[in-house]
Design a protein around this ligand. Structure first.
Ligand code: ATP
Length: 350
């Protein structure tokens, strides 16, 4: 496996810029997810790394070698697509053999690699079937085996789970992660599904409008989002507009004084995650905001509550379903305090 370095990559299609100023170093054996909404440039970036798209500007290094202008088949990247892209007229084994034949791997070595790859994805017993005789999950396993059989330096996956149903998505996701770890594969995994990215990656690169917004381990990006886009895209967040009037003091436009963790700054927004807000009949702690319960929606493991604060803001709270909360359910119309600590406030300056 090899490390990947992407240096100020840009892709322009006619007048429109699909990706700009994309720089990222991916360590040997690391799994990085590219996460972002539709059209943000994830696939274009992945395809530039694979060699299917020529960058407008910038460079790509695999294992220290500049591959920016090296053709696809000489980059040694293994790619898995959303729609499997298996050859319908070839059996499972023939599909896996294809890349090896193209690389002129001798027959004995080829057969060995086909066996190992099919074994890895538990598809050995299906080696003589055609793609139409396989389920979606099985076809995607064959596509993974085909990509791994060539022993790629980098493993690239473009929304590989999108065509699978919910249960299968989880199974195949876990299989990909465990194979990736066992083989030490340097991997880039493109997805627009935040839970998928959080669950599978060592680090995530959050993209929006062709640009990387923030890169880091899942928990770091969730706890310390760099900007409003990341905060809102990754999970849910309540926002308050206002300004800092002194250190640790943020006055909202609707007249609420919040205690936050931080020095005085030009920040004009403060956010708090719904699951960090608790409800209490008493005013507890620094930020205990009085209001009236607007709605409480029971979702099994959690209860989502909306509270209209005195002053007009609405705050969302996600409460765990505990024995205590089950015995005293939150009722619409009740007067309550929405409470959260200064450390749970994220301050933004944009
Ligand atoms: P999705 O999750 O929907 O696949 P994405 O984040 O992978 O989205 P890209 O496919 O990389 O997004 O597209 C980024 C932008 O570049 C989009 O605005 C898209 O319309 C544009 N684009 C992609 N390929 C081309 C092309 N061949 N010609 C012109 N514009 C393109």
């Amino acid at each position: 496996m090899a490390k990947v370095s992407i240096d100020r990559l840009k892709k322009q299609f006619g007048p429109s810029v699909a990706v700009s100023d994309f720089s990222l170093d991916i360590a040997d054996g690391e799994l990085v997810a590219f996460l972002g909404p539709s059209g943000c440039g994830k696939t274009t970036t992945l395809r530039m790394i694979a060699g299917f798209i020529e960058p407008t500007e910038g460079s790509i290094y695999i294992g220290g070698d500049d591959v920016t202008h090296v053709p696809v088949h000489k980059r040694n990247t293994g790619m898995v697509f959303q729609r499997y892209a298996l050859f319908p007229h070839m059996t499972v084994a023939e599909n896996v053999a294809f890349g090896l034949q193209m690389r002129k791997i001798p027959a004995a070595e080829r057969d060995k690699r086909i066996g190992v790859a099919l074994d890895m994805v538990r598809m050995t017993q299906f080696r003589d079937r055609y793609p139409r005789q396989l389920s979606g999950g099985q076809q995607q396993r064959v596509a993974i085996a085909r990509a791994l059989a060539i022993q790629p330096k980098v493993f690239l996956l473009d929304e590989p789970l999108s065509n699978l149903d919910a249960k299968l998505r989880l199974d195949v996701r876990e299989e990909i992660r465990s194979l990736q770890r066992d083989l030490g594969l340097t991997t880039i995994f493109v997805t627009h599904d935040q839970e998928e990215a959080l669950a599978i990656s060592d680090r995530m690169a959050i993209m929006y409008d062709g640009k990387v917004q923030q890169v880091g381990p899942p928990n770091f990006l969730y706890e310390k989002p760099a900007n409003l886009f990341v905060a809102d895209f990754l999970g849910k967040m309540n926002f308050f507009d206002g300004r800092m009037t002194e250190a640790s003091r943020f006055n909202t436009d609707n007249g609420i004084a919040l205690t936050v963790d931080g020095a005085i700054s030009s920040t004009n927004k403060v956010g708090v995650r719904p699951e960090r807000v608790s409800l209490s009949t008493e005013a507890v702690g620094h930020n205990a905001l009085p209001g009236i319960v607007e709605s409480a929606v029971y979702l099994g493991p959690v209860i989502n509550v909306r509270v209209r604060l005195d002053g007009g803001d609405v705050i969302g709270c996600q409460l765990p379903n505990t024995a205590e909360s089950a015995s005293r359910p939150v009722m619409a119309g009740a007067r309550i305090h929405a409470c959260f600590s200064p450390e749970d406030c994220v301050v933004f300056s944009e």
